[in-house]
Design a protein. Structure first.
Length: 344
C-alpha cells in the first residue's frame, strides 16, 4: 500500500525542510528512498543536468498511453549502475513504494535554501523503464547514464519550462560500449525483480545480441549502439546493434515467432525512415537477428520489405538469409554461412 501526498498538491512550491517530515527520506540526495514512509523522492535540477550534458524533462509528445517524464539516474563518475538510488527507482513497485517527483525552481529570497515544485506521483514505464545515453561525468569523461522513463499515476502539473524542446535537425550518436552496457543493465534489472515469460524472451534476445556483437567485433567490424534524435521530436530511437562499417542495423529478437518478427519489422522500418538522413558511403542494410530461422511466410514478409535475417545455426554459429522482392513469393532467398571456413 502506498502513501498519499498528505496535502501536497501538484504545482506547490516547497523546501526540503517541508517535504521530508511528511514524505520521509534524507535532506540532500537527488534520489531519496524513504522506507518508513514507503516512498522514493526524486529531485530534478536543470542546472546540475546542464553541467553534465543532459536535461531531465517531459517529452513533448505523448505516446499511446500518455505523457512521459525522463529522469537521469545518480552517479557522478564513470558509467551509472542499477544500485543505490537507481535501484530504489527500479524496484519501487515491487517494494510497494510511491515515486514523488520534484523540480528545482530557485531559492528562497535572501537565502541559499532551495525550493522545489511538486510535480506529482509517478511509476516506471512498464514497456521501456529506462534507456542508456551518453553524457559527461564530473571529470568531463564520456560515460553511459541511465535515463528513467516515468509516467504520472494521478494528478500532475506540466510546465512549458519543464518540457524538452524538439530537435530542429536529426542527430546521430554512435557509441561502441553503450549497447553492451544497455543489455548488461537490463540483465541486472531482471535479476533484481520477479521473473516473467517476457523476461525469459528478453534474456534470450540480449544474450544473442552479445554473442553476435562479439562475433562481429572479432571479425574487425565497428559495431555498437546508434542513438537517433529525430527531427521535430524529443523522443529517441535507440538501435542496440549498428555496424558502422557496413551501415547495417540489426534488430535482435528473443524468438523467431510472428509476434517478435512484427516488433522487429516495425523498429527496422522506423530506422529506415530516419537513417535516410545519415551520411554514409555504404547503402543502408536492415537485418533481423533471430535465435532460429523464421518460417517461410515470415521470411517472405521480411523480404518484401527488403530486410534480411541473421540467425543461429545448428552448429551455434551464425548464418545469413537474404531475401529480396524478386524471391519473396517463394521465399527461396539466398543462404550464407557467416562462420563456415573458406574453401581451399
Amino acid at each position: 500500500m502506498t502513501t498519499s501526498t498528505a496535502g501536497f498538491r501538484p504545482g506547490e512550491i516547497l523546501t526540503r525542510e517541508q517535504i521530508h517530515p511528511v514524505l520521509g527520506g534524507s535532506s540532500y540526495a537527488g534520489i531519496c528512498p524513504a522506507k518508513e514512509k514507503r516512498n522514493v523522492l526524486i529531485f530534478s535540477d536543470s542546472k546540475i543536468g546542464k553541467r553534465y550534458g543532459y536535461r531531465d524533462g517531459w517529452l513533448a509528445e505523448n505516446d499511446d498511453i500518455g505523457p512521459i517524464f525522463t529522469y537521469t539516474g545518480t552517479g557522478k563518475q564513470g558509467d551509472q549502475t542499477l544500485d543505490g538510488g537507481n535501484a530504489a527507482i527500479l524496484e519501487h513497485a515491487s517494494k510497494g513504494r510511491t515515486l514523488h517527483l520534484f523540480i528545482a525552481v530557485g531559492k528562497v529570497p535572501g537565502s541559499d535554501t532551495r525550493r522545489h515544485r511538486y510535480i506529482g506521483t509517478f511509476k516506471l514505464d512498464e514497456r521501456n523503464p529506462f534507456e542508456i545515453r551518453e553524457a559527461k561525468d564530473e571529470l568531463d569523461a564520456d560515460r553511459n547514464v541511465i535515463v528513467f522513463r516515468l509516467r504520472p499515476t494521478g494528478r500532475y502539473i506540466q510546465e512549458a519550462s519543464d518540457t524538452l524542446q524538439p530537435a530542429p535537425t536529426p542527430r546521430f550518436r554512435f557509441n561502441r560500449t553503450a549497447g553492451r552496457f544497455t543489455r548488461a543493465t537490463r540483465r541486472q534489472k531482471r535479476q533484481q525483480l520477479p521473473q516473467t515469460d517476457v523476461d525469459r524472451v528478453e534474456g534470450i534476445r540480449d544474450d544473442l545480441a552479445d554473442t553476435f556483437e562479439e562475433h562481429e567485433s572479432g571479425a574487425g567490424e565497428n559495431i555498437g549502439l546508434l542513438e537517433l534524435s529525430m527531427r521535430n521530436s524529443t523522443d529517441q530511437l535507440v538501435l542496440d546493434l549498428y555496424n558502422q562499417t557496413s551501415n547495417t542495423v540489426y534488430e535482435a529478437m528473443g524468438s523467431a515467432a510472428s509476434e517478435s518478427i512484427s516488433q522487429a519489422l516495425a523498429q527496422l522500418l522506423r530506422a529506415r525512415r530516419y537513417l535516410r538522413d545519415l551520411d554514409h558511403e555504404q547503402p543502408l542494410h536492415l537485418m533481423v537477428l533471430a535465435p532460429a530461422l523464421p518460417n517461410e511466410d515470415l521470411r517472405a514478409l521480411l523480404a518484401e520489405n527488403r530486410i534480411g535475417v541473421v540467425y543461429r545455426n545448428d552448429s551455434g554459429g551464425f548464418s545469413e538469409f537474404e531475401g529480396d522482392a524478386a524471391t519473396s513469393n517463394n521465399a527461396s532467398g539466398r543462404f550464407r554461412c557467416l562462420d563456415c571456413p573458406v574453401p581451399a
